[in-house]
Design a protein around this ligand. Structure first.
Ligand code: 0RA
Length: 652
């Protein structure tokens, strides 16, 4: 190499390093752009990003076990038994491949073109982002009989890759500590991580995923841990989702294979419920907004079932057309495709845009369903009967729905009589409280700021929509009132029940119930309704739960509210001070025990209240949770409500 060339190289090298630093700096400046947000979601996203790399290694056929640890200090360790990230010199970058992967944005796997890379988090940003957002990251590679290691601080290597020992295994181990100056909270949730690992196990059969929480031990002194492994893949997933539902057919309808170079896996079950639960994944990402793979699934399903029903002669007495929806009532399905270069569109970038995916999925579904129907005539008949029933009910439901909407229109947007509306007409500043019971509703009306706060009392328990048929739902007084008060409509398009929110009157819908078991049951009923019929409202972040205090601690003329038992004890001690008399403690069981002023200052005044925004962390989990909570199986429901009742905490 000539001197000139060497100089060029060294220039390149420093130029590269500057680029690396600029890249990492960009991530630290605008972390949300790379990982979505710096809240709890973003924090957990870091783990998914690292695990995804190991999943890719497993999908390439080189790894079958991935272990995740939450360490005592809330750092995370991910270990896999793959080939180990290469440590050899990367020619272009003039440093080890490991360092490139760990420090260069979007570098992951560039040097291994043959690998079938399909996983990769929603943002697909690569492990270098995790590195940039961690105060410390240690990568350890077992490869070629040697152990290599490199440590980084906020993404910057602290030393070149070094050999630290010998080994008989292959694999990669990454430990990172999220930067507390970037994230709102750096405390990991075991449940959130284990739910995602369970989902990954179902989506990628044959891979063993484990999680261990080293922050605490159980009674026997063991760390909390779980192991997820699925041999049956999506077939097991649909049974898991429908655990609390009554299955209509003998076995899951299942297909797995490749069509036109696109791996397609689909499993479906029919149950006795009236809801449709389809979860569609692309490269292990839940595509909430659907897309071309979902269209393919629907097309294949409708075409094949319709053909079968027509030929069976069972439709001869039906006086109206069967709609797409009718084929999906009581259907639980999971669709998983792997796409090389996915195009994600839509509001939350969870809608698949690749047109080439529709036809392979539709064909795969048609073929598997045709075979299934032929081989299971009894189940086929059950399904067709279910479809006919759905069509009949839909016919009745549409009439009921039209009545609701026409009524609204006739009375000039006539609002429900029970609604005490606010004076502002700007939806962005308006909020509506859905209040349990007329009496608490009355107090809330007195206490509110009528400029922007509307109150609507709900009488007794609202309808359990999980069990009711469509037309019953639209005939229900309370539910009709919610639709009219909010100003939203159900789409009139036959094939889409998408909510029309153009005329939505409030951007905050606040559910306010007693802080007891009954109250939390009512919260759950209302949430179930929103989840099944106005999911868009949850997705937009418009649904909240109010948190009334649990205690009032009183001494002399001093009164302090407490929301938790710890708060209560701390405040009682403070108020007691050096005195001898202990403060009085009043337990609030219901909203009704507060007067208007107290309700305003503790629960409704935006300056002091705490609202819990409802979000859907995982649609599959939420679906299972609601069907469990609202289904026939009472014991698990009681457990769940009792566990969560105290602070009326329901994470969905
Ligand atoms: C590219 C090439 C090779 C391994 C990997 C990527 C790899 C990356 C990660 C990330 C986490 N765990 C991983 N395991 C492997 C190896 C290529 C070769 O050995 O020839």
């Amino acid at each position: 190499m000539s001197e000139e060339e060497k100089l060029d190289r060294s220039k390149d090298y420093s130029a590269n390093n500057i680029q690396v630093l600029e890249g990492l700096e960009a991530v630290r400046k605008r972390p949300a752009m790379y990982i979505g947000d710096v809240g709890v979601k973003g924090l957990h996203h870091l783990v998914y990003e690292v695990v995804d790399n190991s999943i890719d290694e497993a999908l390439a056929g080189y790894c079958d076990t991935i272990d995740v640890f939450i360490n005592e200090n809330n750092s995370i360790t991910v270990i896999d038994n793959g080939r180990g990230i290469p440590v050899e010199m990367h020619e272009k970058e003039q440093k080890s491949a490991l360092e490139v992967v760990m420090t260069v944005l979007h570098a992951g796997g560039k040097f291994d073109k043959d690998t079938y890379k399909v996983s990769g988090g929603l943002h697909g940003v690569g492990v270098s982002c995790v590195n940039a957002l961690s105060t410390q990251l240690i990568a350890e590679v077992h490869r070629n009989g040697k152990v290599y290691s490199q440590e980084y601080a906020i993404g910057v290597p602290q030393h070149p890759v070094k050999e630290i020992g010998t080994t008989e295994i292959n694999g990669t181990k990454v430990t990172f500590l999220p930067d507390a100056s970037i994230f709102d909270s750096t405390v990991y949730s075991y449940d959130t991580l284990s739910n995602r690992l369970r989902e990954l196990a179902f989506l990628n059969k044959g891979i063993k995923l484990t999680i261990t929480d080293k922050r605490k031990t159980d009674e026997e002194g063991n760390f909390i841990s779980d192991e997820f492994f699925s041999e049956g893949g999506l077939k097991e997933f649909v049974f898991f989702l429908d655990e609390s539902r009554e299955t209509l057919i003998e076995d899951a309808i299942y297909i797995e294979g490749e069509k036109d170079g696109i791996p397609v896996e689909v499993a479906m079950l029919y149950n006795t419920s009236y809801s449709e639960n389809i979860h569609a994944y692309v490269n292990n990402i839940n595509t909430h907004e659907g897309g071309t793979h979902l269209s393919g699934f629907r097309m294949g399903l409708t075409r094949t079932l319709k053909k079968y029903a027509d030929e069976s002669g069972m439709l001869s007495k039906l006086k109206f057309e069967i709609a797409g929806d009718d084929f999906r009532e009581g259907l639980t399905a999971v669709i998983s495709v792997k796409v090389q270069e996915p195009q994600f569109e839509g509001q939350t970038k969870t809608k698949l845009g690749n047109r080439e995916v529709t036809s392979p999925v539709s064909q795969a579904v048609s073929e598997m369903l045709e075979n299934y129907l032929e081989e299971h005539p009894k189940d086929a008949k059950t399904i067709v009967n279910k479809v006919i029933l759905a069509a009949t009910a839909r016919h009745a439901a549409r009439k009921a729905r039209e009545m609701v909407q026409r009524k609204g229109a006739l009375t000039g947007g006539g609002l429900p009589g029970k609604l005490a509306d606010c004076s502002s007409k700007d939806p962005a500043e308006c909020e509506i409280y859905l209040v349990e019971g007329d009496s608490a509703g009355g107090t809330a009306k007195q206490g509110r700021d009528r400029h922007f706060q509307a109150i609507m009392p709900l009488r007794g328990k609202i309808l359990n929509v999980e069990k009711a048929m469509q037309h019953k739902i639209f005939e229900n007084e309370e539910i009709k009132n919610i639709y009219t008060a909010l100003g939203v409509r159900v789409g009139t398009d036959e094939d889409s029940k998408a909510l029309n929110m153009e005329k939505l009157r409030y951007h905050k819908v606040i559910i306010m119930c007693d802080a007891d078991v009954d109250g939390s049951h009512i919260v759950t009923l209302i949430l179930t309704f929103f989840f099944r019929h106005m999911k868009e409202m949850i997705e937009m972040g418009y649904i909240y739960i109010a948190t009334p205090p649990l205690y009032l601690v009183k001494k002399g003329n001093k009164e302090v509210y407490a929301w938790t038992d710890d708060d209560r004890d701390r405040i009682a001690l403070e108020l007691k001070g050096n005195g001898t008399t202990s403060p009085g403690i009043q337990r609030y069981k219901g909203l009704g025990e507060m007067n208007a002023e107290q309700l305003w200052s503790t629960t409704m005044n935006p300056e002091f209240r705490t609202l819990r925004q409802v979000s859907i962390e995982s649609a599959a989990d939420a679906d299972r949770t609601f069907s469990m909570l609202m289904g026939d199986d009472v014991p698990p429901r009681r457990d769940f409500i009792e566990k969560n009742a105290k602070y009326a905490k329901i994470d969905i």
